[in-house]
Structure formats: structure tokens, C-alpha cells
Write a protein that binds this ligand. Structure first.
Ligand code: ASP
Length: 412
């Protein structure tokens, strides 16, 4: 019998995962069948699939950024790639925040609700005393320049990227002869890791199925219903950005059609959706962008790892919506200056959030604090975050891929 194609396997895995999870959700999680299924879903989804992705992330990021920068040296392109990438990140994140602000003002999901209604559900244990912009900035800067070995051993992505950027620049500056050995080594390391990524892709359908089973089985319907207006507004705005705004920018600039893009990038989108982690999705994103969207490796291996950590349109959009939502709950009207503060802090928050599940919830506190809103409100958002994080992570990852197509287009 012929093996089903990879696409068919992914399709079946996704449907089965959602169906099985929904069945367990409605029939209760206490039966022996449910417990065994969840045990195996956790083992396969988190224990194997997600851990395999995490296993390759750090060496992949390190080698790809250093090599990405070093390989740009021949092209008089290096400056162009940098500026285009950062310009694209800035513009799309700004658009996402503006969209978020416009949507939340139009639909006012906080209307009719108030903070006190949630007070008995508020679990204070998640909250730190305070999280001001100044403290956030200090923590952020303090986390940038670390011993690269320590950073890598602890899986800290941003300091790893910074060290890789320095190494890449040094390789450019020493010229062809002296850095050659290291550059060859890194190039070869990268190729070997990408080979491992292809192996991981083989179990992608199974991994997706397991993670989607867990995700759907563990949603709390009552809570989702109570917050349904807010959830709908967030998901609709996130989808609008991901399905209309970003693909339109891509099409206008590169003539790549949305269907071609989504078809080529579906594995990464599904992985982002089910893992809620841009970083964990990175190996799959690189694979899809290079093989299916034919982006030059020098570009993709620079733009994607950087974007996975600092370019998060979905997160920025969410933080803006959530801040205004919390203001509504607290009965506070934010003036124009405060909204501008929300705009900028949401941007900083999205840059500062690492690409891991619910990272945006932590940086959210800074946004609230900056405009004097109660940070305890984050506790209301935490229980529904697993669901919202799926969509915003998918859009975060999509934004990076579209960025790499655009930079590729301008630097071909
Ligand atoms: N989970 C998101 C990501 O990895 C970050 C966030 O919590 O917004 O992209």
C-alpha cells in the first residue's frame, strides 16, 4: 500500500487531534481511557516532538545567525538586509498594534464587565510586586550579554543571538582567509542540524496530533464562555492581521499569492499553533521558507531566528487589546497620551517577550504598569491564555516568514 503523502498525514493528524481532544473534553478527563490518552499525548507531543525541536534550536540559532551574517559579506547587501529587516519588523508591528487598538475601541469587549466580577478567581501567585518599564528595561539589558556557553546551556535565546551576531560581524571583518576554518565548521554544523530537522519533520503529523489533543481536551468551556466577547475580538483581530494585512503586504511587494504562501508554510503555522512557541517552531519555519518559498538561505537564516525573538505581531496586537480591555474593566478611560504609551510599551513588550508559551503575559504587566492599570488583571487573562497564545504565535511566526520573503525579494 502506498504511504499517504506528508500533506495527507498532516491533515489527518490535525483533524484526529482536535476530534480526540474534543471528545475527551466533553466526556470528562477522569476516565482511565482519558487518562491514558492524555498520558501518551503528553509523552509524544511534549516529551518527544517538542523536546526534539528544543534540542536543535540553540545550535541552529547560533550557527544560522553567525553564518547568515558572515555570508552576507560578499554581497554589498549586508546593510540592506539589516535595514530592510528592522524596517519591516517595525512597520508590521506598528500596524498590528494600531489594528488592535482600533478593534478594541470599536467592539469594546470590556463593556458590561468589571474587575470586581473576577476578584474571587484572581490567583495572585502569578504576580510580581511590580513590573515597571524601568525594571523591565534593566532586566532586558542585563539579559543581553551573557557568557555564550552559559546562555546556550540554559536555552537562553536572546544572548545566544547577540553572541552569534558579534561572531558573524567578526567573521566579516577578518576577511576571507583568517575566519575560514570557523566559518566552514559553522556551515557544516548548520547543514547537519538542518538534516536532523528533516528527520523531526517526519514525526510532525504525530506531534501535531498529540499536542492538539492535549490543547482541546484541556480547555475550560465555562471560562471561555464568560470571556467569549474578549476572546472573539482578540482572535478576529489576530486573524485579520494574519490573513489579510500580512498576506496583502506580501502580495503587493513580491506577487506571492496568499494561497501559495499558506500552502507552503502550513507545517510551520500548525506547529506554532500547537506549541505556542515561536522558538520551537523555528526549525520548521526555516525548512518551509527555504524549501517551499525558495528564500535565499543567507536571508532566511538571518531574518527568521532574529524575527522569532524580536518580531511578534500577534503578541503586540494582543497586548494592546488586553491593555484597553483591562482599562475598561477597571472603569478607567485612557487618554491619548496613555494610548501612545500603550502603543510603545506593547511594541517593547513584543520585542522583549521570548518565543515561549505565554511569554506575552509576563511582559503584559509592564504595559499595564506603564499606564497605571492594575497588574492583578493579568490573572484574569492567564487562564484563557493557552487558547489565545495559539493564534498569536502562529501570526508571530507568519510575520517572520513574510519578512524573509520580502527581504529576499529586495536583495535577490
Ligand atoms: N507564545 C508567543 C511566541 O512564542 C509569545 C507570547 O506569549 O506572546 O511567539
Amino acid at each position: 500500500m502506498k504511504m499517504p503523502s506528508n500533506n495527507q498525514q498532516i491533515f489527518v493528524g490535525t483533524i484526529l487531534g482536535i476530534a480526540l481532544g474534543s471528545f475527551l473534553n466533553s466526556s470528562g478527563l477522569e476516565s482511565p481511557f482519558a487518562k491514558t490518552t492524555l498520558y501518551f499525548a503528553d509523552l509524544i507531543g511534549n516529551g518527544i516532538f517538542l523536546n526534539l525541536l528544543k534540542m536543535v534550536i540553540i545550535p541552529l540559532i547560533f550557527a544560522s545567525i553567525a553564518v547568515g551574517i558572515a555570508n552576507l559579506r560578499g554581497h554589498a547587501q549586508i546593510k540592506k538586509v539589516w535595514t530592510l529587516t528592522l524596517f519591516y519588523f517595525f512597520i508590521t508591528t506598528s500596524l498590528a498594534i494600531i489594528l488592535g487598538l482600533a478593534t478594541v475601541h470599536t467592539f469594546q469587549p470590556g463593556k458590561g464587565l468589571n474587575l470586581a466580577m473576577f476578584s474571587q478567581n484572581v490567583d495572585q501567585s502569578h504576580l510580581q510586586e511590580s513590573f515597571t518599564l524601568a525594571e523591565f528595561g534593566k532586566k532586558f539589558i542585563n539579559g543581553l550579554f551573557l557568557n555564550p556557553f552559559a546562555a546556550m546551556a540554559q536555552g537562553q535565546i536572546l544572548p545566544t543571538i547577540i553572541f552569534a551576531i558579534f561572531l558573524g560581524i567578526a567573521l566579516v571583518l577578518v576577511g576571507d582567509r583568517r575566519g575560514k576554518g570557523i566559518l566552514n565548521l559553522l556551515n557544516e554544523l548548520l547543514e547537519l542540524i538542518m538534516m536532523m530537522v528533516q528527520w523531526i519533520m517526519k514525526i510532525l503529523p504525530l506531534g501535531l496530533m498529540a499536542l492538539l489533543t492535549l490543547l482541546t481536551a484541556q480547555q475550560d468551556h465555562h471560562l471561555l464562555f464568560a470571556m467569549s466577547k474578549f476572546i472573539t475580538v482578540v482572535i478576529a483581530a489576530t486573524l485579520f492581521h494574519g490573513v489579510v494585512v500580512l498576506p496583502l503586504i506580501l502580495f503587493c511587494i513580491t506577487k506571492i499569492t496568499p494561497w501559495h504562501f499558506f500552502y507552503s508554510f502550513k507545517e510551520a503555522l500548525l506547529t506554532a499553533f500547537s506549541t505556542s512557541s515561536s522558538s520551537a517552531t523555528l526549525p520548521i519555519s526555516i525548512e518551509c521558507v527555504e524549501n517551499n518559498l525558495k528564500v535565499n538561505k543567507d536571508v532566511s537564516r538571518f531574518v527568521l531566528p532574529l524575527g522569532a525573538t524580536i518580531n511578534m505581531d500577534g503578541t503586540a496586537l494582543y497586548e494592546a487589546i488586553a491593555a484597553i480591555f483591562v482599562a475598561n474593566l477597571a472603569g478607567i478611560e485612557l487618554n491619548l497620551t496613555q494610548q501612545l504609551i500603550v502603543f510603545f510599551t506593547a511594541m517593547i513588550a513584543s520585542v522583549g517577550a521570548p518565543g515561549i508559551p505565554s511569554a506575552g503575559m509576563v511582559t503584559m504587566m509592564m504595559v499595564l504598569e506603564a499606564v497605571g492599570l492594575p497588574i492583578s488583571a493579568v490573572a484574569i487573562l492567564i487562564p484563557i491564555d493557552r487558547l489565545l497564545d495559539t493564534f498569536r504565535t502562529a501570526v508571530n511566526v507568519e510575520g517572520d516568514a513574510i519578512g524573509s520573503c520580502i527581504v529576499h525579494h529586495f536583495t535577490k
